[in-house]
Every structure is written in C-alpha cells, then in structure tokens.
Design a protein around this ligand. Sequence first.
Ligand code: ADP
Length: 669
Amino acid sequence: MFDKILIANRGEIACRVIKTARRMGIATVAVYSDADRDALHVRMADEAIHIGAAPARESYLLGDRILEAALKAGAQAIHPGYGFLSENAGFARACAERDVVFIGPPTAAIEAMGSKSAAKRIMEAAGVPLVPGYHGDDQDPAILRAAAEEMGYPVLLKATAGGGGKGMRQVWSGKDFDEALAAAKRESLASFGDDTMLVEKYLTKPRHVELQVFCDNSGNGVYLAERDCSVQRRHQKVIEEAPAPGMTEALRREMGETAVAAAKAIDYRGAGTVEFLLDEDGSFYFMEMNTRLQVEHPVTEMITGQDLVQWQLLVAAGQPLPLAQEQVKIRGHAFEARVYAEDPDNDFLPVTGTLGYLQPPEENRHVRVDTGVRQGDEVSVYYDPMIAKLIVWDESRERALQRLATALAAYRIGGTVTNLDFLYNLATCRPFREAELDTGFIEKHADLVFHQRPQDLARELPLAALALLLDKQQAGSASSPEDPYSPWRAGNAWRLNEPHAHRFIVHCHQQDHAVEVEQREQLYIVRCGDRETQLRGELLGDSLHLEVEGHRQRATLARTQDGFTLYLAKGACHFREVLPDLGEADTSGANAGLAAPMNGTIVALLAQAGSAVEANTPLLVMEAMKMEHTIRAPVAGTVNAFYYQPGDLVDGGAELLDFTADTSEGDKQ
Ligand code: ADP
C-alpha cells in the first residue's frame, strides 16, 4: 500500500478521500489555488502545495504542475477525485510516465469512454444495448439535422466530450434544431474545448439507473448494486438513491452483468459507473460509462457497508477486490441530496456568497454530511457551488425519506440563497414518496416541488403570519430582558390597543399579502382577505408547535438569507415580512432580470438593438460558472441598446441592456 498520496482536487471530494486515506494510515498531500488557501481540504491534509491562481484552468486543471507537486512531496499516487483531471487520459499517461500511480483506470479505458460517441461504438460491438442515434464523425450540421429528422423528434443533442449535463439540448421540432445546435456547441466548446455532437432519440419517460462496478488487476469484476438518479434538473442530478425503487433481483443481475461486461470490454480497473436509461417496459440502454468515482457514491457505500475510496486505493496498489460478487450484500435504503448555493426559483442559477452561518444536521449512523466548507467560507464564481452532500440511511425507503426531510429541515445556512427548501419539497411531495420516478420528474411536478399551488398558499399563509408574530415576540423578549414593560415581553399580546390585532404584510408564494393576527389569550385568529383561520401556537427555539382545527403538529422555523422558511409536513414555506415604510424596490417591474445575475462573460446578443420583442424572447446569453444563462424579455417591449458586446466580462448586478416595456403588457405583470 502507498505511504503517501496526493489528491488532485478540492472541496468535499478532496476531504472525502483524505478521510479514508487517514483511516488507512496513508499520508495525504492537498493542492490548492489562490482562492483555496484556507480551504478545509488544505487544513485536513498532512501537507498542501500551492498550484496557481483561482480559475481552475490556472490551477486544478494544470496536470503538469500537479504532477510536479506529487513528485516534490514524494507522493506515490494521485487520486483525481471527480471533475477536473479525473477523466483526462493525457494526465493519466503523464502520471504513468513519471512513475506515479494514477488512482483510476488505465489510460486506454479513459480514452475509450472519453468520447460518448466512440464509447457507444465500443459498447455496440460488445453487445450492450444502446439508445438509437447518430454517433458519427461527420459533423456537418446538415448531416446532424438529417439524422434527427430520420429518427424523428424529440431528439437530444449531446456533446461527445460532455458531462454534468453541459453541452446538451433537447430538440422538439425541426424549427428549433439550428438554435439548439449552436447553443450546445458553444457550451461544449467553452466547457470541454471541443464541440463534436451526437444526436440521440430522446426517450420521454426513462429513469436514470446506474450500476457501480469495480474491477481489479486479476480479472475480477463486480457490481455493487445500482443507484437511481432520475430526479434531475437541467440534466444534473439532484437527489440520488440506492437501491432503485422497484428493482427486482433478476433485473439487477441482468443490468449488473451487462455493466461488468461493458467494463471488461475496455479492460477496466478500479471504480466505474455504467449509466443506463431504464425505460418503462424494463428495457435498458447504455448511456455512458464514467471512469471515476461518482459524486453520488455515498449512497452505494451506505447500503453495502463498503468504503469505495478504500476499494480504489486497494486496486490501485495492485491488490484484489475485497469481495466477490456473491459476497456483496445490500441492506436498507439511502438517499443523497445535493445542497447547492443556487436559486431554484430563478432557473437554478448558481449564487455566490459568504457562508456567514453554517450548521449542518448532526451526523450519526443515519445521517452523513460530506462537505468541503466551513462557516465563513466563500462560495465563489470559480468552482461548483455545491455546499454539501446530505446522505441518509435507514432500513426502508420510507424511513430513509423521513430522515432526509428531518435532516433538511435541520440544515441551517446563512449568507447565500440555497436549494434547501426545494430539496425539502421534493423529499416530502407525494409522487416522490411513492417513487413515481422518471427523468422528467421536476418538470412534471413543478407545482408541487416549487410549491406554488393556491391550496398550499391558503394553508400556509396563516401559519407564516403566526410564525412571524411569534418570532417577533421571541426576539423582543430575548433582546430586552431588562425591560419589563416591553410590549413583546408578555409573550402573548400587545396590549396597547384593543383588540390585540397585529397587521403586517407577508411576502409568500411570490406575492405580498396583507394579514391581521388577532390574539385572544392562547388563540390566534388570522385574517387575510375574507379568509379567517383560528389557530394556537407556541414557538420554542426553532420548533413551532401548532394546533389548527384540533390538529396538533410541529414545524421547524429557520431564518434564511432573506426571511424565513417554515418546514411543514407537506412542504417548505418561504416567506418574509415586507416593511412598507422602507419602500422596498419593485422587483416585478420591467427591468427586473435585465441585470447580470452574477459575474460572467457575455456570449451572444440575440436581439437587434431597437427591435420590439415579445415577452420571454431570449435577448442575450452570458456564461458564468461554466453554464450558459439566457436573459429573456420579462414582458413585451423594446430593446433600446445593449451595454456590452460578446466577450465582455460583466460584474454581477451590472445592467446589461436598456429595455422599455410596452405599458399595456407591463400592467399585466
Ligand atoms: P452527462 O454526461 O452530461 O451527465 P448523460 O449522457 O449522462 O450526460 O445524460 C444525462 C441525463 O440526460 C440522463 O441522466 C438522462 O436524464 C438524460 N438523457 C440522456 N440521454 C437521454 C435520452 N436519449 N433520452 C432521454 N433522456 C436522456
């Protein structure tokens, strides 16, 4: 076994690898960029070596510099984590040339799977089932279009070098083909330096089921069950689980053996994941093989009781796999939720910020938090905005899901917008509880997961109003314990004017609502418009005890970046108080959304200055955090001028263009 390894990565995965190495008595060397000087992975490692400036291209993607660092520190092997250089065959080869072990598969296997189209040709030859499509070298747009037309819409354009959903576009009809192709190519070129595309038949209701495989140097290969990663947004995984709901022993064996055969077809070694689309009728198609550890590997660890990083290290050191196929046992059910600094209500736009307050749920045998950040750290524009992976396990899916909801409600993050509420809504909504999974889940159940149904509002607004009042009273009594005459101190009523009614404006479900809460001893009567709700409630710390029409329930109240979230059994309710005298800016106006959402680069202007446009017309594309973001007309109006040109760098918040709304349309907003 190695004495010392270098981890060519950052964030949670670097920390994750360091933990196992430490447990195995292996010394660790971290690498870091300017932005990560004080990062957790640097602190955790035994040694750390500076490799360059903040942008990944000037640090974590510089294979030569990382290899130099390994040689300088005397590391015998390099663990690449995921992302960055993990699937870079050139880097793996350079390691071999310098006698440093690359903890991953042989170079040839990475190369074989590096191109989605070449991989498909190899798999086809090995008898692995494929989604129908065009994987050819001829990239003439007319040929790509003809292939799409021949197989029939909808089709999916994919960057052959792609990953993480980047460089991928659905096309539903011929008229959208050219625009989608141009966008997919631009994104792919920016992310992977290559814009070769393949065209595939788009399956409309598949599940994403992937098999974890492992091969050693003695010809052994096993599969460690599967993961269901069907819940995705923009083709990126959001919540993963293992095992896949409804999986039968027979189908698992068939998919598992196919996956191991796929790995053997390319003489694979180490950890790999074979991704399949599983259709409703039980047929499955090879999508791609990831030649590295996956982000979601912890769910497999939780149900198998194995440490996959340890397996990787053993295989890389030339040892056999710890278990034979029949010794692999699975137990219980695990979920992983990816906690991101992003705004689900704004098309999941990544958000930056300083994590001013960070309190993850307590870890125990059921709850695991894999993270690379601490309170006070910054989520910067340079890297992926993932804050943590929250992993839970229990004996059954139902109980594990309950654990997930509880842990999400207990997660406290201040200083940036996060997707916690969104994850909670997902974890608690009926179709997810009942495992009605397919890759279109989020789009199909948008009203549930974005929690925007009128009945949710009617149920939640009175609770939000009461929570606001109780929080004020709690804050008041806490902040002025020395003032026995404070109107808040009594905790039950503001007795200055009869009846004891408190009026405020609550912003909830994207609207302002005037509410009145009347307090009669322990009873609260909440009025909003012509609706009246009677409830009882008590706030103890962040635990809100409620009684609505004789139904007692408990909820959790969390203070967030811009208000509160109330975690209820049926979903998360986000709200804040609108203070009228502060004259809050009107964000519903025509200019909303025409500012750069974050630091980035202008990629393309899609409208002519001076032209009239319909609501929702794409006006401009910018790139930030390696993703393209399209800025659209909020209402019908006229584009007067663009303030930037393609290639220009813009700061977050900068106004991008001069836009005048048509007044008639603007009024409808
Ligand atoms: P990436 O490498 O960018 O993650 P994948 O090829 O793994 O791209 O696909 C990502 C996701 O896109 C899949 O999990 C699935 O949800 C969806 N997808 C891919 N191919 C198809 C297809 N042919 N039909 C329907 N959905 C697809």
